[in-house]
Write a protein that binds this ligand. Structure first.
Ligand code: AMP
Length: 427
């Protein structure tokens, strides 16, 4: 069992999601030492940053062996899909996240789809799985109603096309399978029916048996206001009481979450860690569009801002299989996270711009500024990525949280910075 009094904790990752986790862990009375690999300029305020890439499993294993943390938590999907949890567990190191075989729920859309079908968990109907472009073209020839094409592997959010045009569908398959725009991720693809309804993401933390639901959160993927412009990693997120009724939460737990965890356990790949369910609320009930094997970024920032419990204690319980025995409470009201990005993002952008106004922004009540792409220079910070900061505020309702987040965001400046002005206004 993880010692409860003075834990040494390692966070893997270096973006806004990991800053939010480190920031919350630092507030725990139980975290004696906090490391982050690789971290970033802002995370260095809350944790000791170690220059080991989250993509380098071998180096992370060496780091874990050397530090021997009481608990490790993994932010991004890549180390999970690469099997970091298996490596840590084999060395007796406690870690929160799914093993490689379970992380396939995110790593392979075909694995996820076949699993859902086998278990009878509601998901859009599968039309077919294809491992060669000619076979996919054949299947697409008589498309009339909307269909969805999904690359099997990870494609940085660009591996899905919803269309009712046979020509558009063919062009997409060509990019995935012939031009290999996303490498091996496009070597197989699936085609499924398109479904309609409201989209909702629902995240739980599970120890394999017990689950703790996170407050609901929604992100904004497009670059510009009104959901215009190219897709991004996420330009903001919000969470508010009332986004999800208790009845709907129960329905999602009963029809999706519990059968998924029970099914994975039955199939010999028990799932532990954060499970992100991307759902479509159709007329027939919730259907699973996708799973992620970790928290979303920036949904995590909006969720963490509302946590009114000791995150170190809860993560330790998740690692130990005692999630049913920890107290969970949430700050009532709402939170909003506004992402401040470099001019040009998600296309080409410049970095190395000095950031002004951080202290003034953090002086706004109930605001935390999470760093995604920054590095330290002297006493200040320079931009070091496309998404640079996540200005996150809480409030008694969505309007109040948004007003605080925007009041703080306006105080932060660098050459070219931009942000959406409508975070939290999505219906
Ligand atoms: P995914 O990565 O599978 O969540 O897909 C990305 C986005 O494509 C989703 O957020 C939906 O907006 C859309 N999408 C995915 N699958 C479907 C589907 N079967 N029907 C309609 N829209 C879908």
């Amino acid at each position: 069992m993880v010692s409860f009094l003075a834990m040494k904790i390692l966070v893997i990752g270096g973006g806004g999601r990991e800053h939010a986790l480190a920031w919350k862990l630092k507030q725990s009375g139980k975290a004696e030492q906090l490391w982050c690999a690789p971290g970033n300029g802002g995370i260095a305020r809350d944790a000791e940053c170690l220059p080991v890439s989250a993509a380098d499993t071998g180096a992370l294993v060496a780091l874990g062996t050397r530090l021997s943390p009481d608990l490790t938590v993994v932010g991004p999907e890549q180390p999970l899909v690469a099997g970091l949890v298996d490596e840590f567990a084999a060395r007796g190191l406690k870690i929160v996240g799914p093993a490689q075989a379970a992380a396939q729920l995110e790593g392979s859309k075909i694995f996820a789809k076949q699993f859902l079908s086998r278990q009878g968990i509601p998901t859009p109907a599968l039309r077919g799985i294809y491992d060669a472009p000619e076979k996919a073209y054949d299947a697409l020839r008589d498309v009339v109603s909307p269909i969805v094409i999904k690359a099997d592997g990870p494609c940085a959010g660009k591996g899905v096309l919803v269309t009712s045009s046979a020509a558009e569908a063919k062009a997409f398959v060509e990019r995935l399978m012939e031009q290999r725009e996303f490498g091996a991720s496009g070597s197989q693809l699936l085609i499924e029916e398109a479904v309609t309804g409201r989209e909702l993401s629902f995240i739980v933390l599970t120890d394999g048996e017990h689950t703790v639901s996170m407050v609901p959160a929604q992100d904004h993927k497009r670059a510009y206001d009104g959901d215009q412009g190219p897709n991004t990693g996420g330009m903001g997120a919000f969470s508010a009481d009332g986004m999800l009724s208790l009845t709907l939460e129960q329905e999602i737990l009963e029809t999706v979450v519990r059968p998924t965890l029970a099914g994975m356990a039955r199939e010999g790949v028990p799932y532990r860690g954060f499970l992100y369910c991307g759902l479509m609320l159709t007329a027939e009930g919730p259907k699973v569009l996708e799973f992620n094997c970790r928290m979303g970024d920036p949904e995590c920032q909006a969720i963490v801002a509302r946590m009114d419990f000791d995150l170190a204690e809860v993560l330790a319980a998740a690692a130990d299989g005692r999630l049913d025995r920890v107290p969970i409470a949430w700050r009532p009201g709402a939170s909003v996270c506004v992402v401040l990005a470099s001019g040009g993002y998600p296309g080409k952008y410049e970095t190395g711009k000095p950031i002004a106004g951080l202290a003034e922004a953090e002086a706004v009540a109930d605001v935390a500024v999470f760093h995604a792409g920054t590095r330290r220079q002297g006493a200040g910070y320079l931009t070091a990525g496309g998404r640079v900061l996540g200005v996150t505020a809480t409030g008694p309702d969505l309007a109040a949280a948004a007003a605080r987040a925007y009041q703080a965001a306006e105080r932060i400046r660098w050459l070219g910075r931009f942000y959406r002005k409508d975070i939290g206004k999505k219906k």
